[in-house]
Write a protein that binds this ligand. Structure first.
Ligand code: NAP
Length: 252
């Protein structure tokens, strides 16, 4: 079956690289017009938007800033009109060692929560309002395996932020399903991106591979088709669910 996103508009946050870029590319290929959000990598975002075509456009915002989240949503809806799918993908994984000083640790905690949880919260709040006014829509949140099994001690904030995203998704699904708003959570395991490179440097690739049932690490392109499928409307009765994409980590 061919996934068809023609005549739909999507905002993908953190689409300049990694998992977000793969999602934006896949949604574009399926026919969606994509708002390619980026923070610092303008050139990569521009290149991707040009590759996607379909009148894709780039939008800059620091999602660590609450006002910038609101401005991003405003800019995208002004330019695109109706949005059908919001993909909250942008995220950071700051290492905050527990033995570090408390001031730095709290700074890391706050920065992580702002980008990974507050920003998806703000964008979801605005999207829900927009979806209710325009006949519905879908929110797809990119959480993490860390939400369910925890993470290494330097990534306590990261795991907690991703667990918050799961509860946000479920609450959106519960609260707004009857208003035509669907919400899904995708929880990748270890995926080969720049974010993962930091982890690989710290713990080694063998550590990451030792954790999975498959013989190669997950790539961003392994995540993207699932998001495209969720955006298509073919899985609406799975609203509130989490799809694990972790190379069989839980059955290993
Ligand atoms: P990545 O390669 O590090 O890319 C991160 C993306 O987020 C970039 O597009 C970046 O924009 C954007 N971003 C970073 N800080 C931002 C900020 N302050 N404001 C706005 N955007 C910001 O990460 P990734 O591995 O693709 O991860 C994508 C999502 O998947 C994240 O939510 C991550 O937690 C989740 N995830 C990843 C893994 C993994 O192993 N890689 C596993 C589970 C879950 P610029 O490039 O423009 O700065």
């Amino acid at each position: 079956m061919q996934i068809d996103l023609a005549n739909t508009n999507a905002l993908v946050t953190g689409a300049s690289r990694g998992i977000g870029a793969a999602i934006a590319r896949a949604m574009g290929r399926a026919g969606a017009r994509v708002a390619v959000h980026y923070h610092s990598q303008r050139d990569q975002a521009d290149t991707l938007a040009a590759e996607i075509g379909q009148r894709a456009q780039t939008f800059q915002a620091d999602l660590g800033d609450a006002d910038a989240c609101v401005s991003l949503w405003k800019a995208v809806t002004e330019r695109f009109g109706r949005i059908h799918t919001l993909v909250n993908n942008a995220g950071i994984a700051l290492s905050c060692p527990p033995e570090g000083d408390i001031t730095g640790w709290v700074r890391g905690w706050d920065a992580t929560m702002a980008v990974n949880l507050r920003a998806p919260g703000i964008l979801s709040k605005l999207a829900v309002q927009h979806f209710i006014e325009h006949g519905g829509g879908r929110i797809i949140n990119i959480s993490s395996r860390a939400a369910f099994r925890g993470d290494q001690p330097p990534y306590l904030a990261y795991a907690a932020s991703k667990a918050g995203l799961v509860a946000l998704t479920r609450s959106l699904a519960r609260g707004f399903g009857k208003s035509g708003v669907l919400a899904f959570n995708v929880a990748p395991g270890f995926t080969r991106t720049e974010m993962a490179e930091d982890f690989i440097r710290q713990y080694g690739e063998d550590y990451a591979c030792g954790d999975i049932a498959l013989s190669r690490l997950t790539e961003p392109a392994d995540i993207a088709p699932i998001v495209t499928f969720l955006a298509s409307g073919l899985a609406d009765h799975a609203t509130g669910c989490t799809i694990d994409v972790n190379a069989g980590s839980y059955v290993h």
